[in-house]
Design a protein around this ligand. Structure first.
Ligand SMILES: Cc1ncc(COP(=O)(O)O)c(C=O)c1O
Length: 390
């Protein structure tokens, strides 16, 4: 007889993310699904040079050895410095904890704060991968609908009045909608966090991908009741799996213990390679062509949407990041779009799983992964399917 799984196993939400990555890899498939950055923007030569530097330095053995739980100090210092210089925060390297991608942060934060049934306020729609991660702890998800410039404020106030443990949000270039919070929305969230006992989890995964530079102040710069999560996945490499969280001082010890218990520490070697890469590159100069390229692809993508979609469809137009959220008319179901596109060689991502409520009429589109040629071909399929269905 097989041993039975813990009951927790049944609490974990399904996420289509990794399975769609597999489908998108099939030969001939075009993908507007997943959150993969444009592989043409990776810098393998730069990473190779950084790795060589690490291995040829007198500290090669340290790079291959176990490291400190919180991460490689020079890298933590660089992250703290950027938080202070560019994001208006006031932190030290001791507040920065390196993780295996920022995805791992959500698991630690769930583990540290969420007992079964505890409230967590989330954007509706919000990032499916984080919802899945928090779902392990069987919290009560409290959805707050997203509007053009951030969350619906009256809903947010009502939800904060119930004192959720966490509010998970993506103020910059949100996944899946691509929208960003207005200054007023950021300030309002910070004020609500200051007034109550809710910890804001500010996910900055796309923060460096504003097409004209960073937008808005971080919420973590306005309240002490916030954790900022960050990552190099969308700007340097997701395969390196380097992310971080920047936490208030009172959380340091708890986070350290949680990290140690889970994995001892994130990979020492890759942290040092990243540190050497950042040593050799001015990050703003490095980001300039990447931001410009995503801006160009976004324009190409949204121009094609404007040319080919029926009047019944609408979509978001982002000022950063990788996503457009497509909507069919209210009350309709966009699932046939997903299925029909798949039959015709295009993978898109249904928008419903990103929602705690509603969202059946949405499709998430990533314009970063595909080449121009694929975008044009894929958009031909998508627009035709939408014209046939709506
Ligand atoms: C909004 C958001 N946050 C976090 C992540 C996790 O990224 P990583 O673990 O690669 O840092 C993703 C990945 O797609 C994302 O879209």
């Amino acid at each position: 007889m097989r041993p039975s799984f813990a009951s927790r196993r049944d609490d974990v939400m399904q996420s289509y993310i990794m399975s769609l990555i597999e489908v998108a890899r099939r030969p001939g498939m075009i993908s507007f699904a997943t959150g993969l950055p444009d592989r043409r923007l990776f810098d393998p030569a730069g990473i190779e040079a950084a790795a060589e530097k690490v291995l040829e330095s007198g500290e090669a053995a340290d790079a291959l050895q176990y490291g400190a739980t919180a991460g490689y100090m020079p890298l933590r210092e660089k992250i703290a410095d950027r938080c202070n210089r560019v994001m208006g925060m006031s932190v030290t390297a001791e507040d920065v904890f390196i993780t295996n991608g920022s995805q791992e942060c959500f698991d630690h934060l769930g583990k540290l704060f969420l007992d079964r049934g505890d409230g967590i306020a989330v954007e509706n729609p919000g990032y499916l991968g984080a919802l899945q991660s928090f779902s392990v702890y069987a919290p009560e998800f409290m959805p707050v609908d997203m509007e053009q410039g951030g969350p619906d404020m009256s809903q947010l106030e009502t939800v904060f009045a119930k004192a959720p443990k966490l509010f998970y949000c993506i103020p910059n270039h949100q996944n899946p909608s691509g929208t960003s919070y207005s200054e007023d929305a950021r300030r309002a969230v910070a004020e609500l966090a200051d007034r109550g006992s809710t910890l804001v989890v500010e996910d900055d995964a796309y923060g460096e991908l504003g097409y004209h530079g960073r937008v808005g102040r971080t919420i973590a710069s306005m309240t002490g009741n916030a954790v900022l999560t960050g990552s190099v996945s969308k700007i340097i490499s997701p395969g390196m799996r380097v992310g971080w969280m920047v936490v208030p001082e009172w959380m340091r010890e708890a986070v350290s213990t949680s990290l140690e218990a889970a994995c001892l520490h994130a990979g020492s070697f890759v942290q040092r390679v990243l540190d050497a890469f950042l040593e050799d590159h001015d990050l703003d100069a490095y980001l300039r062509p990447i931001r410009a390229e995503y801006a160009r692809k976004c324009r190409l993508f949204t121009d094609l949407l404007a040319d080919g979609m029926p009047d019944t469809m609408s979509w978001t137009v982002p000022d950063g990041g990788m996503f457009v959220l497509l909507r069919s008319p209210e009350g309709t179901d966009a699932d046939p779009v997903f299925r029909t596109c798949m039959e015709r060689g295009l993978v898109v991502m249904p928008g419903k799983p990103f929602h705690i409520r509603g969202g059946a009429n949405t499709v998430r589109l990533n314009f970063a992964t595909a080449s121009d040629e694929e975008i044009e071909k894929g958009m031909g399929i998508l627009c035709k399917v939408c014209r046939e269905i709506f």
